[in-house]
Design a protein around this ligand. Structure first.
Ligand SMILES: NC(=O)c1ccc[n+]([C@@H]2O[C@H](COP(=O)([O-])OP(=O)(O)OC[C@H]3O[C@@H](n4cnc5c(N)ncnc54)[C@H](O)[C@@H]3O)[C@@H](O)[C@H]2O)c1
Length: 267
């Protein structure tokens, strides 16, 4: 099989996982490594980054794990420097970090808003800012950000700062793509629908209680136009496509990867 990322360096930020199983980030980091990339996985939780490294190493892939808060400018400078120093110039930046804050909007604190925006919107900005100079010098680079269907429609969940931060990612992606297109740098984002992931399951458990999780997951599978929820691998496939040379004429897009859910009557 052709390996699309042979000889490439991928910086995957927030590509651990919020628990057991195949999150979007974990599946994507492993997919990049399977296709030949040397990957640095950064996560605020050291054990999540280390688990991704272990999975990649078990398949003879190349990966460095790095624990850092991607919303902290100094920490971002350090991991970008380490990635370039140990793996070489960064060809692909994958911004996967995402957190939620649930609650009726009228009851959320300003701190909830600030925290979600700092993690979900500032982290990608800081990582892009740190990798852009080297990408400009190289005259090439691909950046893939992760938005959410929560940016583009009401999902029924009360997580206003999350929706707003994921909408910010779409505008951010488009503006950055156009600003740096002339440098050969492409910037795109995926817009996943519901993914049967540790993140979705932990969110449901917090909102509905543990006993209701399986029933709600089954309902969501059935409600999706394609008849099933996405797996982390479905999203990973789209991320790899956008990061690859096959997408060399695509920039500034927000690609729904949602089994048709964006255009469906109900979720
Ligand atoms: N899972 C879904 O159903 C779904 C649906 C639509 C969009 N998304 C988006 O997809 C992305 C990834 O989803 P996932 O399934 O991999 O989620 P996940 O929660 O499993 O992975 C996100 C990772 O980000 C890390 N992280 C959180 N704050 C961080 C910080 N400040 N610095 C560094 N790392 C930090 C977490 O520790 C976690 O490992 C997120 O941006 C999410 O909003 C997810």
């Amino acid at each position: 099989m052709r390996r699309r990322f042979e000889g490439k360096v991928v910086l995957a930020v927030g590509a651990g996982a919020d628990g057991e199983g195949w999150s979007i980030g974990r599946a994507t980091a492993v997919s990049f490594a399977r296709e030949g990339a040397a990957v640095m996985v950064v996560d605020v939780r050291a054990e999540a980054a280390e688990e991704a490294r272990r999975l990649i190493a078990a398949e003879d892939g190349v990966c460095i794990a790095h624990a850092a808060d991607a919303s902290d400018p100094d920490a971002v400078s350090r991991f970008v420097e380490r990635c370039q120093g140990e793996l070489g110039p960064i060809n692909v930046l994958y911004n996967n970090v995402g957190i939620m804050a649930f609650g009726p909007s009228a009851e959320l604190a300003g701190e909830d808003w600030d925290h979600v925006m700092a993690v979900n919107a500032r982290s990608p900005f800081l990582a892009c800012k740190a990798v852009l100079p080297a990408m400009m010098a190289a005259g090439s680079g691909a950046i893939v950000n992760v938005s959410s269907i929560a940016a583009t429609r009401w999902t029924g969940a009360r997580y206003l700062p999350y929706s707003a931060s994921k909408a910010a990612i779409i505008g951010f992606t488009r503006a950055l793509a156009l600003e740096y297109a002339a440098h050969g740098i492409r910037v795109n984002c995926v817009v996943p629908g519901y993914v049967d992931s540790p993140m979705m399951r932990s969110g449901l458990e917090r909102r509905l209680g543990r006993d209701a999780v399986e029933q709600e997951v089954a309902r969501r599978h059935a409600a999706c136009p394609l008849g099933r929820l996405a797996s982390g691998w479905d999203i990973a496939n789209a991320v790899l496509f956008l990061a690859s040379d096959e997408a060399s004429y695509i920039t500034g897009v927000a690609l729904p990867v949602d089994g048709g859910a964006s255009f469906a009557a109900a979720l």
